[in-house]
Design a protein around this ligand. Structure first.
Ligand code: SAH
Length: 510
């Protein structure tokens, strides 16, 4: 397994600085014994104008298999055999990534004690891996590296040059070139993306892999367009680990975009700006809060969760009404919570008022004991911010685990979008909306959720109702069915205005 890193230089910035950066002297060949075998670092060329470092890994296949067994990975005899008879020792792969991090750990962290200014400087880099196992082929290789600032050459290696009709092997010859990527970033890209391309079973996937991934991915993975594929493949498709990583990456992404200065936040608060979800902020956002408040009041709720509270407008409204004795705002975004805290002037609030309100960072796709026992929960314009496959997790966390007596959910009605003058056809109302539903879709979801978790549900329009396309916002009010009542029957105490969730369907049929 073989990888070379080449840089060019000038008399002021000699290429041999690569030796400082890698912490490996260009004049010597060095060998390091790692848990996977022996790693050699040598410099085939080391001049002022051009310097190349090569990393060669001699894999100890037997040691590898022993390691695997030692971790209790037994399995069928032929599976054990496959561990001996495979391409491990010959192809650059995830093992190379592990060796990279073992041999070049300081370089990967961007540390250079002798010349502290060096790691920050981007310099021309050319990295070549002659045989890289790449599931997904050259196309995926490009999708992974190009967004990171690399010019990518990825040529499929033919199975056998004498028999072109046999087609290509699963290997590519990879050359990466860049003038903008620093060496530390380059090593981190490789550390994460080589195993992603290899996509083979690892012997060492454990929960601390999540930490390693996040550390190596710092600064580039949160914004990478293939972030999901990278995360799930890196973590060998182990779903719970991948989920954990995705979740924490989301936090990182938000933290990284969390750079708006205080003035911007103050201005937003002073202007009473609506949330980012509102293209026509004031009127509709205000109507939505009024509608939600009315539902909470009629449900007699006193202790209320605002889930995905965003910038805290609803929390602010709730605080004005003494009937709400405890208000908890939860959001995944630190930035939103910061704005909310400013809006509420939490730092200047009197003790009694402050005792009524809590703002907390958290993710709604995980169950949370602290959310149990409340009278009501609000999900205002939140569900559409989740990827659809994660909606069941939120559903379970709220309706299955927290189980407040009342849940109010609002979401855009996509049919109404044709009425927004400023919205180009086919566009969602906000860039971060992962989906927007028709009335029928929302109704079907609400019905199913209610049935699954023992709630009844009522759908109500919010905003001016258009005869053709309905209201701009749709709202579902869920009420938990008392334990002795079957889920589908309308509770006796329900007022006469109770509308079945199927209202919209009936209206459509009519
Ligand atoms: N409820 C507010 C904000 C809606 S914007 C309002 O009606 O104005 C959607 C909010 O949901 C954002 O603040 C976003 O950070 C938050 N959010 C998205 N996914 C989340 C998750 N998994 N856990 C918690 N909050 C989430």
């Amino acid at each position: 397994m073989f990888l070379t890193i080449t840089t060019t230089g000038t008399p002021e910035h000699p290429a041999t600085d690569l030796g400082h950066l890698l912490h490996k002297h260009p004049g010597r060949a060095q060998a390091f014994s790692t848990s996977l075998g022996t790693a050699h670092v040598l410099y085939p060329e080391a001049d002022t104008d051009r310097c190349t470092a090569a990393l060669l890994l001699e894999v100890d296949a037997v040691a590898l298999v022993r390691r695997g067994k030692g971790k209790g990975r037994g399995g069928a005899p032929d599976a054990a055999l496959a561990q001996y008879v495979n391409d491990r020792p010959y192809a650059a792969s995830s093992l190379l990534a592990v060796a990279l991090s073992a041999v070049f750990s300081s370089a990967m962290r961007g540390v250079c004690r002798a010349r502290p200014e060096l790691p920050g400087l981007a310099r021309p880099l050319r990295i070549e891996i002659p045989a890289l196992p790449a599931r997904g082929g050259p196309a995926l290789v490009r999708r992974l590296f190009e967004p990171l600032g690399w010019a990518v050459t990825a040529d499929a290696v033919p199975l056998d040059t004498r028999f072109p009709q046999w087609g290509d092997s699963r290997y590519v010859r990879l050359v990466l070139e860049s003038d903008t990527v620093t060496l530390a970033q380059a090593l981190r890209h490789l550390y994460v993306l080589l195993p992603v391309l290899d996509d083979a079973k690892h012997y060492w996937v454990s929960s601390d892999e999540v930490d390693k991934l996040l550390r190596a991915g710092e600064g580039w993975l949160p914004a990478h367009p293939e972030q999901k594929l990278i995360t799930s493949r890196y973590l060998s498709r182990r779903w719970s680990l991948a989920r954990q990583a995705t979740e924490r990456l989301e936090l990182l992404r938000l933290a990284e975009t969390d750079d708006s200065d205080v003035e911007e936040i103050d201005n937003a608060v002073a202007a009473g700006a609506g949330t980012e979800t509102d293209e026509r902020p004031t009127p509709l956002a205000v109507r939505r809060r009024e509608a939600i408040l009315a539902e909470l009041t009629s449900a007699g709720a006193a202790r209320v969760l605002d889930l995905g509270c965003g910038q805290g407008q609803l929390v602010q409204e709730l605080l004005k009404d003494a009937r709400f004795t405890e208000i908890v705002g939860i959001d995944v975004s630190v930035r939103a919570l910061t704005i909310a805290a400013r809006r509420l002037k939490l730092d200047r609030m009197g003790e009694r008022q402050a005792a009524r309100v809590t703002l907390r960072q958290g993710s709604l796709v995980y169950t949370d004991k602290q959310l149990e026992g409340y009278d009501a929960a609000v999900l205002s314009e939140v569900i559409e911010h989740l990827d659809l496959p994660r909606l069941p997790a939120l559903e379970y966390a709220v309706f299955g685990a927290a189980r407040p007596r009342t849940v109010v959910v609002t979401t855009p009605n996509v049919e109404y979008n044709v009425r927004w003058e400023t919205l180009p056809a086919g566009h969602a109302r906000h860039g971060d909306h992962r989906f927007e539903w028709t009335r029928e879709q929302f109704c079907a979801w609400a019905d199913a959720v209610a049935a699954r978790h023992g709630y009844t549900v009522v759908l109500r329009p919010v905003g001016p109702e258009d005869p053709e396309v309905g209201p701009p916002t749709q709202m579902a009010v869920f009420t938990r069915t008392p334990p002795h009542e079957p889920a589908h029957r309308t509770p006796a105490h329900e007022p006469a205005t109770h509308e079945p969730a199927t209202r919209e369907k009936e209206a459509k049929a009519a």
